[in-house]
Design a protein around this ligand. Structure first.
Ligand code: AMP
Ligand code: ZN
Length: 459
Protein backbone atom coordinates (compact mmCIF):
# COMPACT_ATOMS: atom_id res chain seq x y z
CA UNK A 1 0.00 0.00 0.00
CA UNK A 2 1.21 3.47 -0.87
CA UNK A 3 0.94 6.58 1.22
CA UNK A 4 -2.20 8.43 0.10
CA UNK A 5 -2.30 12.22 -0.14
CA UNK A 6 -5.06 14.63 -1.02
CA UNK A 7 -3.89 16.54 -4.08
CA UNK A 8 -5.44 19.99 -4.41
CA UNK A 9 -4.91 20.08 -8.15
CA UNK A 10 -6.80 16.85 -8.74
CA UNK A 11 -9.25 17.60 -5.94
CA UNK A 12 -9.00 14.03 -4.61
CA UNK A 13 -6.87 11.62 -2.66
CA UNK A 14 -4.20 9.89 -4.73
CA UNK A 15 -1.67 7.15 -3.96
CA UNK A 16 1.72 8.77 -3.62
CA UNK A 17 4.66 7.51 -5.66
CA UNK A 18 7.82 9.61 -6.01
CA UNK A 19 9.17 10.51 -9.44
CA UNK A 20 12.49 8.83 -8.66
CA UNK A 21 12.30 5.49 -6.89
CA UNK A 22 13.04 5.78 -3.20
CA UNK A 23 13.63 9.55 -3.23
CA UNK A 24 11.20 12.34 -2.45
CA UNK A 25 11.51 16.09 -2.90
CA UNK A 26 9.22 18.39 -0.95
CA UNK A 27 8.87 22.17 -0.75
CA UNK A 28 6.98 24.12 1.90
CA UNK A 29 6.45 27.88 1.71
CA UNK A 30 8.08 29.20 4.84
CA UNK A 31 7.64 32.36 6.88
CA UNK A 32 7.98 35.99 5.90
CA UNK A 33 10.26 37.13 8.67
CA UNK A 34 9.05 40.47 10.00
CA UNK A 35 7.38 39.40 13.25
CA UNK A 36 6.76 36.38 15.47
CA UNK A 37 4.87 33.42 14.04
CA UNK A 38 1.31 33.04 15.30
CA UNK A 39 -0.28 29.72 16.03
CA UNK A 40 -1.93 29.69 12.57
CA UNK A 41 1.50 29.98 10.93
CA UNK A 42 2.64 27.05 13.07
CA UNK A 43 -0.06 24.76 11.68
CA UNK A 44 1.62 24.11 8.29
CA UNK A 45 5.04 23.82 9.97
CA UNK A 46 3.80 21.14 12.40
CA UNK A 47 1.47 19.29 10.03
CA UNK A 48 4.08 19.01 7.29
CA UNK A 49 6.78 18.13 9.82
CA UNK A 50 4.63 15.10 10.57
CA UNK A 51 4.44 14.36 6.84
CA UNK A 52 8.26 14.49 6.58
CA UNK A 53 8.56 12.03 9.49
CA UNK A 54 6.13 9.69 7.75
CA UNK A 55 7.86 9.97 4.36
CA UNK A 56 11.26 9.28 5.92
CA UNK A 57 10.04 5.86 7.06
CA UNK A 58 9.91 4.81 3.41
CA UNK A 59 12.03 7.19 1.39
CA UNK A 60 15.06 9.40 1.50
CA UNK A 61 13.69 12.93 1.62
CA UNK A 62 15.03 16.28 0.48
CA UNK A 63 12.87 18.90 2.14
CA UNK A 64 13.15 22.64 1.45
CA UNK A 65 11.39 25.25 3.56
CA UNK A 66 12.26 28.75 2.42
CA UNK A 67 12.59 32.02 4.23
CA UNK A 68 11.06 35.08 2.63
CA UNK A 69 13.43 37.80 3.74
CA UNK A 70 12.62 40.36 1.05
CA UNK A 71 9.05 41.60 1.15
CA UNK A 72 7.17 44.87 1.44
CA UNK A 73 5.93 43.88 4.91
CA UNK A 74 9.54 43.64 6.06
CA UNK A 75 10.33 47.04 4.52
CA UNK A 76 7.35 48.51 6.33
CA UNK A 77 8.47 47.01 9.65
CA UNK A 78 11.92 48.51 9.11
CA UNK A 79 10.51 51.97 8.46
CA UNK A 80 8.14 51.74 11.43
CA UNK A 81 10.76 50.56 13.91
CA UNK A 82 13.75 52.44 12.47
CA UNK A 83 15.72 49.17 12.56
CA UNK A 84 17.80 47.91 9.62
CA UNK A 85 16.12 45.19 7.55
CA UNK A 86 18.89 42.66 8.23
CA UNK A 87 18.45 43.12 11.96
CA UNK A 88 14.71 42.45 11.70
CA UNK A 89 15.04 39.40 9.47
CA UNK A 90 17.92 37.89 11.49
CA UNK A 91 15.94 38.29 14.69
CA UNK A 92 12.77 36.71 13.35
CA UNK A 93 14.51 33.87 11.50
CA UNK A 94 16.01 32.86 14.83
CA UNK A 95 12.71 33.32 16.65
CA UNK A 96 10.89 31.21 14.03
CA UNK A 97 13.36 28.36 14.27
CA UNK A 98 13.40 28.48 18.07
CA UNK A 99 9.60 28.54 18.27
CA UNK A 100 9.10 25.76 15.74
CA UNK A 101 11.85 23.74 17.44
CA UNK A 102 9.88 24.01 20.69
CA UNK A 103 6.94 22.44 18.84
CA UNK A 104 9.09 19.50 17.75
CA UNK A 105 9.45 20.72 14.15
CA UNK A 106 12.70 19.35 12.78
CA UNK A 107 14.91 21.59 10.62
CA UNK A 108 14.42 21.15 6.87
CA UNK A 109 17.18 19.69 4.70
CA UNK A 110 17.68 23.15 3.19
CA UNK A 111 16.38 26.52 4.33
CA UNK A 112 16.98 28.81 1.35
CA UNK A 113 16.69 32.55 1.81
CA UNK A 114 15.21 34.71 -0.92
CA UNK A 115 17.95 37.34 -0.67
CA UNK A 116 20.54 34.67 -1.45
CA UNK A 117 18.81 33.66 -4.70
CA UNK A 118 18.28 36.96 -6.48
CA UNK A 119 20.48 35.93 -9.44
CA UNK A 120 18.45 32.73 -9.93
CA UNK A 121 15.25 34.80 -9.87
CA UNK A 122 16.61 37.27 -12.44
CA UNK A 123 17.68 34.38 -14.68
CA UNK A 124 14.23 32.79 -14.47
CA UNK A 125 12.53 36.10 -15.27
CA UNK A 126 14.82 36.56 -18.28
CA UNK A 127 13.85 33.09 -19.51
CA UNK A 128 10.17 33.91 -19.11
CA UNK A 129 10.59 37.11 -21.14
CA UNK A 130 12.58 35.30 -23.85
CA UNK A 131 9.94 32.61 -24.17
CA UNK A 132 7.15 35.14 -24.45
CA UNK A 133 5.50 34.57 -21.05
CA UNK A 134 6.45 37.88 -19.47
CA UNK A 135 6.89 41.50 -20.46
CA UNK A 136 8.68 44.55 -19.16
CA UNK A 137 6.83 47.78 -18.48
CA UNK A 138 8.10 50.87 -16.68
CA UNK A 139 10.81 49.07 -14.71
CA UNK A 140 8.39 46.27 -13.83
CA UNK A 141 8.32 42.79 -15.26
CA UNK A 142 4.92 41.14 -15.37
CA UNK A 143 3.82 37.62 -16.07
CA UNK A 144 1.42 37.57 -19.00
CA UNK A 145 -1.34 35.36 -17.69
CA UNK A 146 -3.04 35.13 -21.09
CA UNK A 147 0.06 33.34 -22.44
CA UNK A 148 -0.57 30.34 -20.18
CA UNK A 149 -3.76 28.41 -21.07
CA UNK A 150 -3.35 26.24 -17.96
CA UNK A 151 -3.55 29.21 -15.63
CA UNK A 152 -6.23 28.56 -12.99
CA UNK A 153 -5.85 24.76 -13.08
CA UNK A 154 -4.69 24.56 -9.47
CA UNK A 155 -7.17 26.94 -7.87
CA UNK A 156 -9.98 26.02 -10.30
CA UNK A 157 -10.60 29.59 -11.36
CA UNK A 158 -11.22 30.76 -14.86
CA UNK A 159 -9.93 33.99 -16.28
CA UNK A 160 -13.35 35.60 -16.41
CA UNK A 161 -13.84 35.05 -12.66
CA UNK A 162 -10.39 36.41 -11.99
CA UNK A 163 -11.00 39.54 -14.01
CA UNK A 164 -14.32 40.09 -12.24
CA UNK A 165 -12.59 39.56 -8.90
CA UNK A 166 -9.64 41.81 -9.52
CA UNK A 167 -9.61 45.32 -8.18
CA UNK A 168 -11.12 48.04 -10.32
CA UNK A 169 -8.01 50.15 -10.27
CA UNK A 170 -5.43 48.52 -12.50
CA UNK A 171 -1.83 49.67 -12.58
CA UNK A 172 -1.35 51.49 -15.90
CA UNK A 173 1.73 49.45 -16.88
CA UNK A 174 -0.21 46.16 -16.81
CA UNK A 175 -1.60 44.69 -20.02
CA UNK A 176 -4.28 42.90 -18.07
CA UNK A 177 -5.57 43.19 -14.52
CA UNK A 178 -4.58 39.66 -13.50
CA UNK A 179 -0.97 39.89 -14.77
CA UNK A 180 1.28 39.61 -11.75
CA UNK A 181 4.62 41.11 -10.80
CA UNK A 182 7.88 39.22 -11.27
CA UNK A 183 10.10 42.22 -10.69
CA UNK A 184 9.46 45.75 -9.49
CA UNK A 185 11.58 48.89 -9.18
CA UNK A 186 12.97 49.97 -5.80
CA UNK A 187 13.37 53.53 -4.61
CA UNK A 188 16.86 54.33 -3.22
CA UNK A 189 15.86 53.74 0.41
CA UNK A 190 14.36 50.32 -0.31
CA UNK A 191 16.36 47.10 -0.74
CA UNK A 192 17.21 46.57 -4.38
CA UNK A 193 19.45 44.65 -6.77
CA UNK A 194 20.75 45.56 -10.20
CA UNK A 195 18.93 43.81 -12.98
CA UNK A 196 18.39 44.14 -16.75
CA UNK A 197 15.28 46.19 -15.82
CA UNK A 198 17.06 48.58 -13.46
CA UNK A 199 17.51 48.46 -9.71
CA UNK A 200 14.65 46.59 -8.16
CA UNK A 201 13.41 43.64 -6.17
CA UNK A 202 11.57 40.41 -6.94
CA UNK A 203 7.87 39.70 -6.55
CA UNK A 204 6.96 37.16 -3.88
CA UNK A 205 5.90 34.30 -6.19
CA UNK A 206 9.11 34.14 -8.25
CA UNK A 207 11.11 33.66 -5.05
CA UNK A 208 9.64 30.22 -4.41
CA UNK A 209 9.82 29.13 -8.07
CA UNK A 210 13.52 29.99 -8.25
CA UNK A 211 14.42 28.44 -4.89
CA UNK A 212 12.46 25.24 -5.55
CA UNK A 213 14.20 24.77 -8.92
CA UNK A 214 17.64 25.45 -7.46
CA UNK A 215 17.35 23.10 -4.48
CA UNK A 216 14.93 20.41 -5.62
CA UNK A 217 15.01 20.43 -9.42
CA UNK A 218 12.54 21.26 -12.17
CA UNK A 219 9.86 18.83 -11.01
CA UNK A 220 9.21 18.37 -7.30
CA UNK A 221 7.17 15.61 -5.77
CA UNK A 222 5.23 17.47 -3.10
CA UNK A 223 4.50 21.16 -2.72
CA UNK A 224 2.88 22.13 0.57
CA UNK A 225 1.45 25.22 2.23
CA UNK A 226 -1.59 26.77 3.86
CA UNK A 227 -4.89 26.85 1.98
CA UNK A 228 -4.72 30.63 1.61
CA UNK A 229 -1.68 30.18 -0.63
CA UNK A 230 -3.50 28.19 -3.33
CA UNK A 231 -4.46 31.42 -5.03
CA UNK A 232 -2.67 33.47 -6.08
CA UNK A 233 0.70 32.33 -4.69
CA UNK A 234 0.80 28.69 -5.75
CA UNK A 235 -1.14 29.26 -8.96
CA UNK A 236 1.49 31.83 -9.89
CA UNK A 237 4.43 29.66 -8.81
CA UNK A 238 3.05 26.89 -11.00
CA UNK A 239 2.59 29.19 -14.01
CA UNK A 240 6.11 30.65 -13.75
CA UNK A 241 7.87 27.33 -13.22
CA UNK A 242 5.96 25.39 -15.86
CA UNK A 243 6.44 28.13 -18.48
CA UNK A 244 10.12 28.64 -17.67
CA UNK A 245 10.74 24.88 -17.91
CA UNK A 246 9.03 24.18 -21.24
CA UNK A 247 5.88 22.72 -19.76
CA UNK A 248 7.57 20.33 -17.31
CA UNK A 249 5.29 19.54 -14.35
CA UNK A 250 6.23 21.78 -11.43
CA UNK A 251 4.74 19.90 -8.48
CA UNK A 252 3.29 16.39 -8.75
CA UNK A 253 1.20 16.60 -5.56
CA UNK A 254 -0.13 19.79 -3.99
CA UNK A 255 -1.06 19.53 -0.32
CA UNK A 256 -2.69 22.31 1.68
CA UNK A 257 -3.63 22.66 5.32
CA UNK A 258 -6.92 24.18 6.46
CA UNK A 259 -7.15 27.40 8.35
CA UNK A 260 -6.95 27.97 12.06
CA UNK A 261 -9.50 30.27 13.65
CA UNK A 262 -9.77 31.50 17.20
CA UNK A 263 -13.08 31.43 19.04
CA UNK A 264 -14.62 30.89 15.60
CA UNK A 265 -13.11 34.06 14.18
CA UNK A 266 -10.32 34.30 11.67
CA UNK A 267 -6.98 34.84 13.41
CA UNK A 268 -5.66 38.12 12.11
CA UNK A 269 -3.65 41.02 13.33
CA UNK A 270 -6.34 43.53 12.43
CA UNK A 271 -8.83 41.73 14.70
CA UNK A 272 -6.26 41.70 17.49
CA UNK A 273 -6.82 38.01 18.24
CA UNK A 274 -3.41 36.72 17.27
CA UNK A 275 -1.82 34.16 19.59
CA UNK A 276 1.94 34.04 19.19
CA UNK A 277 3.77 30.74 19.52
CA UNK A 278 6.49 32.69 21.29
CA UNK A 279 4.10 33.60 24.13
CA UNK A 280 2.27 30.29 24.21
CA UNK A 281 5.43 28.24 24.80
CA UNK A 282 6.00 30.23 28.00
CA UNK A 283 2.79 28.78 29.36
CA UNK A 284 2.40 25.36 27.78
CA UNK A 285 4.77 22.52 26.93
CA UNK A 286 5.61 22.49 23.21
CA UNK A 287 4.15 18.99 22.90
CA UNK A 288 0.77 20.22 24.12
CA UNK A 289 0.71 22.90 21.42
CA UNK A 290 1.91 20.42 18.82
CA UNK A 291 -0.76 17.88 19.67
CA UNK A 292 -3.43 20.60 19.76
CA UNK A 293 -2.41 21.52 16.20
CA UNK A 294 -2.55 17.87 15.15
CA UNK A 295 -5.81 17.09 16.93
CA UNK A 296 -7.98 17.94 13.93
CA UNK A 297 -7.42 16.50 10.48
CA UNK A 298 -5.03 18.86 8.70
CA UNK A 299 -7.43 19.77 5.90
CA UNK A 300 -10.26 20.64 8.31
CA UNK A 301 -10.60 24.04 9.90
CA UNK A 302 -9.25 24.09 13.45
CA UNK A 303 -10.78 26.35 16.05
CA UNK A 304 -8.24 27.33 18.67
CA UNK A 305 -9.42 27.91 22.22
CA UNK A 306 -8.38 27.17 25.80
CA UNK A 307 -10.29 23.90 25.47
CA UNK A 308 -8.18 22.82 22.47
CA UNK A 309 -5.08 23.16 24.63
CA UNK A 310 -6.66 21.60 27.71
CA UNK A 311 -7.78 18.59 25.66
CA UNK A 312 -4.29 18.13 24.22
CA UNK A 313 -2.76 18.40 27.70
CA UNK A 314 -5.16 15.78 28.97
CA UNK A 315 -4.31 13.44 26.09
CA UNK A 316 -0.60 13.77 26.75
CA UNK A 317 -1.10 13.16 30.46
CA UNK A 318 -2.79 9.89 29.53
CA UNK A 319 0.09 8.87 27.26
CA UNK A 320 2.76 9.84 29.76
CA UNK A 321 0.72 8.26 32.54
CA UNK A 322 0.80 4.93 30.71
CA UNK A 323 4.61 4.83 30.37
CA UNK A 324 5.31 6.35 33.78
CA UNK A 325 7.43 4.20 36.03
CA UNK A 326 8.47 1.77 33.28
CA UNK A 327 12.17 1.61 32.62
CA UNK A 328 12.56 1.09 28.87
CA UNK A 329 16.08 0.49 27.53
CA UNK A 330 17.01 2.74 24.58
CA UNK A 331 17.74 -0.34 22.43
CA UNK A 332 14.20 -1.59 22.98
CA UNK A 333 12.83 1.73 21.71
CA UNK A 334 15.19 1.71 18.71
CA UNK A 335 14.06 -1.80 17.83
CA UNK A 336 10.34 -1.10 18.26
CA UNK A 337 7.95 -0.13 15.48
CA UNK A 338 4.94 2.12 16.00
CA UNK A 339 1.61 0.25 15.89
CA UNK A 340 0.56 -0.70 12.35
CA UNK A 341 -2.88 0.87 12.83
CA UNK A 342 -1.34 4.21 13.75
CA UNK A 343 0.99 4.19 10.74
CA UNK A 344 -1.87 3.19 8.44
CA UNK A 345 -3.99 6.07 9.72
CA UNK A 346 -1.20 8.56 9.06
CA UNK A 347 -0.46 7.07 5.67
CA UNK A 348 -4.10 7.66 4.75
CA UNK A 349 -3.72 11.41 4.11
CA UNK A 350 -2.43 12.13 7.62
CA UNK A 351 -5.50 11.02 9.53
CA UNK A 352 -4.26 12.26 12.91
CA UNK A 353 -7.56 11.85 14.83
CA UNK A 354 -7.59 8.15 13.89
CA UNK A 355 -3.86 7.84 14.64
CA UNK A 356 -4.45 9.25 18.13
CA UNK A 357 -7.31 6.79 18.72
CA UNK A 358 -4.85 3.99 17.86
CA UNK A 359 -2.31 5.52 20.23
CA UNK A 360 -4.81 5.49 23.09
CA UNK A 361 -5.77 1.90 22.33
CA UNK A 362 -2.10 1.01 22.84
CA UNK A 363 -1.95 3.05 26.06
CA UNK A 364 -5.00 1.16 27.38
CA UNK A 365 -3.40 -2.17 26.53
CA UNK A 366 -0.30 -1.08 28.41
CA UNK A 367 -2.33 0.06 31.41
CA UNK A 368 -3.97 -3.36 31.59
CA UNK A 369 -0.79 -5.39 31.15
CA UNK A 370 0.66 -6.80 34.35
CA UNK A 371 3.58 -8.84 33.11
CA UNK A 372 6.78 -6.76 33.41
CA UNK A 373 8.33 -7.84 30.10
CA UNK A 374 5.08 -7.19 28.31
CA UNK A 375 4.88 -3.72 29.88
CA UNK A 376 8.39 -2.88 28.69
CA UNK A 377 7.58 -4.18 25.20
CA UNK A 378 4.40 -2.09 24.97
CA UNK A 379 6.07 0.99 26.44
CA UNK A 380 8.81 0.72 23.79
CA UNK A 381 6.06 0.77 21.13
CA UNK A 382 4.55 3.83 22.84
CA UNK A 383 7.88 5.65 22.50
CA UNK A 384 8.35 4.51 18.89
CA UNK A 385 4.92 5.95 18.10
CA UNK A 386 5.94 9.12 19.93
CA UNK A 387 8.98 9.44 17.73
CA UNK A 388 6.82 9.30 14.64
CA UNK A 389 4.26 11.76 16.00
CA UNK A 390 6.85 14.06 17.60
CA UNK A 391 5.44 13.37 21.07
CA UNK A 392 6.57 11.68 24.29
CA UNK A 393 10.05 13.17 24.08
CA UNK A 394 10.23 13.95 27.77
CA UNK A 395 10.91 11.83 30.77
CA UNK A 396 7.48 11.00 32.26
CA UNK A 397 8.50 12.07 35.75
CA UNK A 398 9.70 15.41 34.42
CA UNK A 399 6.46 15.71 32.47
CA UNK A 400 4.35 15.43 35.59
CA UNK A 401 6.64 17.31 37.90
CA UNK A 402 8.42 19.97 35.93
CA UNK A 403 5.54 21.99 34.61
CA UNK A 404 3.36 24.59 36.17
CA UNK A 405 -0.29 24.82 35.20
CA UNK A 406 -0.12 28.59 35.46
CA UNK A 407 -1.75 28.58 38.92
CA UNK A 408 0.79 26.83 41.09
CA UNK A 409 4.34 25.56 40.62
CA UNK A 410 5.60 22.08 41.52
CA UNK A 411 7.81 23.68 44.22
CA UNK A 412 4.79 25.30 45.87
CA UNK A 413 2.95 22.00 45.70
CA UNK A 414 5.95 20.29 47.34
CA UNK A 415 5.93 22.82 50.19
CA UNK A 416 2.20 22.36 50.80
CA UNK A 417 2.54 18.57 50.74
CA UNK A 418 5.33 18.77 53.32
CA UNK A 419 3.10 20.91 55.51
CA UNK A 420 0.25 18.44 55.06
CA UNK A 421 2.50 15.53 55.99
CA UNK A 422 3.48 17.34 59.20
CA UNK A 423 -0.18 18.14 59.93
CA UNK A 424 -1.14 14.49 59.50
CA UNK A 425 1.71 13.37 61.72
CA UNK A 426 0.39 15.76 64.37
CA UNK A 427 -3.11 14.34 63.74
CA UNK A 428 -4.29 17.79 62.58
CA UNK A 429 -6.63 16.29 59.95
CA UNK A 430 -8.56 19.50 59.56
CA UNK A 431 -5.47 21.32 58.30
CA UNK A 432 -4.50 18.32 56.13
CA UNK A 433 -7.93 18.36 54.45
CA UNK A 434 -7.76 22.09 54.03
CA UNK A 435 -4.50 21.72 52.10
CA UNK A 436 -6.02 18.98 49.95
CA UNK A 437 -8.93 21.33 49.10
CA UNK A 438 -6.62 24.26 48.39
CA UNK A 439 -4.64 22.13 45.97
CA UNK A 440 -7.81 20.85 44.27
CA UNK A 441 -8.91 24.44 43.72
CA UNK A 442 -5.75 25.18 41.73
CA UNK A 443 -5.97 21.98 39.71
CA UNK A 444 -3.83 19.55 41.70
CA UNK A 445 -5.11 16.14 42.78
CA UNK A 446 -3.34 14.20 45.50
CA UNK A 447 -3.40 10.55 46.35
CA UNK A 448 -2.31 9.01 49.64
CA UNK A 449 -0.86 5.53 49.69
CA UNK A 450 1.15 3.53 52.20
CA UNK A 451 4.35 4.63 50.44
CA UNK A 452 3.52 8.34 50.62
CA UNK A 453 1.55 11.00 48.82
CA UNK A 454 1.71 11.61 45.08
CA UNK A 455 0.12 14.40 43.09
CA UNK A 456 -0.99 14.99 39.52
CA UNK A 457 -2.52 17.79 37.51
CA UNK A 458 -6.29 17.61 37.31
CA UNK A 459 -7.51 18.22 33.76
P1 AMP B 1 2.96 33.90 6.04
O1 AMP B 1 4.18 34.11 6.89
O2 AMP B 1 1.86 34.84 6.29
O3 AMP B 1 3.32 33.79 4.56
O4 AMP B 1 2.35 32.48 6.44
C1 AMP B 1 3.14 31.34 6.63
C2 AMP B 1 2.29 30.10 6.49
O5 AMP B 1 1.24 30.08 7.47
C3 AMP B 1 1.58 29.95 5.15
O6 AMP B 1 1.70 28.59 4.73
C4 AMP B 1 0.14 30.29 5.46
O7 AMP B 1 -0.72 29.61 4.59
C5 AMP B 1 -0.01 29.76 6.85
N1 AMP B 1 -1.08 30.40 7.63
C6 AMP B 1 -1.21 31.72 7.91
N2 AMP B 1 -2.29 31.96 8.69
C7 AMP B 1 -2.85 30.74 8.93
C8 AMP B 1 -3.99 30.30 9.70
N3 AMP B 1 -4.76 31.16 10.39
N4 AMP B 1 -4.26 28.97 9.72
C9 AMP B 1 -3.48 28.08 9.06
N5 AMP B 1 -2.40 28.42 8.32
C10 AMP B 1 -2.08 29.74 8.26
ZN1 ZN C 1 5.89 29.88 -1.87
Amino acid sequence: MSIVLHDTREGRKRPFEPLVDGEVTMYLCGPTVYNYAHIGNARPAVVFDLLTRLLRRRYSLRFARNITDVDDKINKASIETGKPIEEITARFIKAYNDDMGALGVRPPTVEPRATEHIQEMIAMIETLIEKGFAYEAEGHVLFDVSSNPDYGALSKRNLREMIAGSRVEVAPYKKAAHDFVLWKPSTPELPGWDSPWGRGRPGWHIECSAMAAKHLGTTIDIHAGGQDLVFPHHENEMAQSTCAHDGAVFARYWVHNGFLSIDHEKMSKSLGNVVLVHDLIEEFPGEVIRLALLSAHYRQPLDWSDETLAAAKHMLDRLYGAVRGIDVPAEAIAAAEPPAGLVEALEDDLNTPKAMAEYFALARELNKASDDDERVRLAAIMYAAGELMGLLNEDPEAWFAGKTNGKITPEEIGTLLEERKAARAARDFERADEIRDTLAEVGVLIEDSPSGTTWRWDN
